[in-house]
Design a protein around this ligand. Structure first.
Ligand SMILES: *Cc1c(COP(=O)(O)O)cnc(C)c1O
Length: 389
C-alpha cells in the first residue's frame, strides 16, 4: 500500500458496534470483564486503549515498522528509550539536537549513571571512532535542529551494527513522509508527534516505531510501567492529523523551498540553512535518504547583529513568534533564547549555532504571503538595498 492510502486507512477499521467510520474516542479508564481475567483485550487504559491502539498501528505503518508506541510527549518517548539502558552505559548523540533532548540526557539521566557524548555526525565515517566498549546507543537527529545538518543514517547504522550498538533516529523534522529510518537500518524511529504528525499545533505527543519484537516488548512494558501514555482524545486528533500528512508535507516542502530561495537571494540575508540547496554540505545524502527537503529553513542576517535579528522576528506578521514547528501555520523561533536555551552557549557555539540564528517552520499558507511577510520584516529593520547604477 502506498503512503497516502496508509495515512488514511492503516490501523483503522469501522467501529464494530456502530459502523462509525472514524475511530471513536474511547474516553474510558477501564473495561468490564465477563469473569475475572476474561476480557476483550482491554483491561485498563494505561495498558491498552482502542483509540491509542488505532494510532499506534497507523504510525507503525507510516514508518514501515511492525510496532508503534505512543507517549504523552516526544520527550516521554525518548525517556522510554533511555530506560532500556543501565548505569555505566554510554550514548553517543548528535551535537546539534533538540534542546529538550539535551536537557533530558544531561540533567536527568547523567545522574542515573549514563554517559553522553555529543559529537558532530555530518561525516558519518568518523562516528565509529567515538565508540567504546560501553557504547550502547547512538542517538541521531536528522535533519538537525536548528542548523538543518544532514546525517547519513545508513552509514551510521552500518557502523553501529558492526559494534552491536543500537541506533535511534529522531525523525521529527522529516516526518515519515520524507524519511523512514527503519528502512535505512535504524532500530527505532522516534517522533515528537506534536509537530508534523499531529500537524495542527493542538496536541503534545511522542511515538516510537520499531521492528524488533523483543525490544518492542520491553518498550511496551516501560510504557505501561512508567505510565507516560497518550490520552484517547489526543490520539483521535493525531489520527485526524495523519490523514493529511502527505498533502501537508508536499506543501510544506514546496513553500520552504520558495522561502529559502527568496532568503538566499536577499542582499540583507547572511547564511541560509536549507538541505535542498546544492551548496548544502550534505545535499547528496539528503537527496538519497529523503523524498524532499522538508519545511524548515534557518537563516541569519548579514552582519550578525542580535538586536536586528530580534527586531526582524518581532516585525513578522504572518509568521508567529513561537516555539514548536510542523503545524499548518508558519512559525518563527529564536533558538538561542527559546528551543535551545537549555544548551549552554559554549556548547551551542561549538555546534555552530549562533545567537543571531532565526528558525522558520514554513507552514502551508500561500508562499507569496510568507515571502512578502519576510521581505517587509527584513526591510523594515535593515532597510532596502538601493541598487547603484
Ligand atoms: C519538539 C521536539 C522534541 C520533543 O518533543 P515534545 O513532543 O515537545 O516532547 C524532540 N525532538 C525534536 C526534533 C523536536 O522538535
Amino acid at each position: 500500500m502506498k503512503f497516502g492510502t496508509k495515512a488514511i486507512h492503516a490501523g483503522q477499521e469501522p467501529d464494530p458496534s456502530t459502523g462509525a467510520i472514524m475511530t471513536p474516542i474511547y474516553q474510558t479508564s477501564t473495561y468490564v470483564q465477563a469473569s475475572p481475567g476474561k476480557h476483550k483485550g482491554y483491561e485498563y487504559s494505561r495498558t491498552q486503549n482502542p483509540t491509542r491502539h488505532a494510532l499506534q498501528g497507523n504510525l507503525a505503518a507510516l514508518e514501515n515498522g511492525k510496532h508503534g508506541l505512543v507517549f504523552a510527549s516526544g520527550l516521554a518517548a525518548t525517556d522510554a528509550v533511555l530506560k532500556l539502558l543501565k548505569p555505566g552505559d554510554e550514548v553517543i548523540a548528535t551535537n546539534d539536537l533538540y534542546g529538550g533532548t539535551y536537557r533530558l540526557f544531561t540533567k536527568i539521566y547523567q545522574d542515573f549513571g549514563l554517559t553522553f557524548r555529543f559529537i558532530p555526525m555530518e561525516d558519518a565515517t568518523g562516528v565509529a571512532s567515538y565508540f567504546t566498549e560501553r557504547t550502547r546507543l547512538v542517538w541521531v537527529e536528522t535533519p538537525t535542529n536548528p542548523l538543518l545538518n544532514i546525517i547519513d543514517i545508513r552509514a551510521v547504522c552500518e557502523a553501529a551494527r558492526r559494534h552491536g550498538i543500537r541506533v535511534c533516529v529522531d525523525n521529527t523534522f522529516a516526518s515519515p513522509y520524507l524519511q523512514n529510518p527503519l528502512d535505512l537500518g535504524a532500530d527505532i524511529a522516534m517522533h515528537s508527534v506534536t509537530k508534523y504528525l499531529g500537524g495542527h499545533s493542538d496536541t503534545v505527543m511522542g511515538a516510537l516505531v520499531l521492528n524488533d519484537d523483543e525490544m518492542a516488548g520491553k518498550l511496551a512494558f516501560i510504557q505501561n510501567a512508567s505510565g507516560a501514555v497518550a490520552g484517547p482524545q489526543d490520539c483521535f486528533l493525531v489520527l485526524r492529523g495523519t490523514k493529511t500528512l502527505h498533502l501537508r508535507m508536499e506543501r510544506h516542502c514546496q513553500n520552504a523551498r520558495m522561502v529559502a530561495e527568496f532568503l538566499a537571494a536577499h542582499p540583507k540575508v547572511g547564511k541560509v540553512y536549507y538541505p535542498g540547496f546544492e551548496s548544502h554540505p550534505n545535499h547528496a545524502v539528503a537527496k538519497a535518504q529523503m523524498r524532499d527537503f522538508g519545511g524548515m529553513v534557518s537563516f541569519t542576517l548579514k552582519g550578525d547583529d542580535l538586536p536586528e535579528a530580534i527586531r526582524v522576528m518581532e516585525s513578522l506578521k504572518v509568521f508567529s513568534l513561537a516555539e514548536s514547528l510542523g503545524g499548518v501555520e508558519s512559525l518563527c523561533t529564536h533558538p538561542a533564547t527559546m528551543t535551545h536555551a537549555s544548551i549552554p552557549k559554549a556548547e551551542r557555539e561549538k555546534a555552530g549555532l549562533k545567537d543571531t540564528l532565526i528558525r522558520l517552520s514554513v507552514g502551508v499558507e500561500d508562499a507569496e504571503d510568507l515571502i512578502e511577510d519576510l521581505r517587509q520584516a527584513i526591510e523594515q529593520v535593515v532597510g532596502v538595498e538601493i541598487a547603484s547604477s
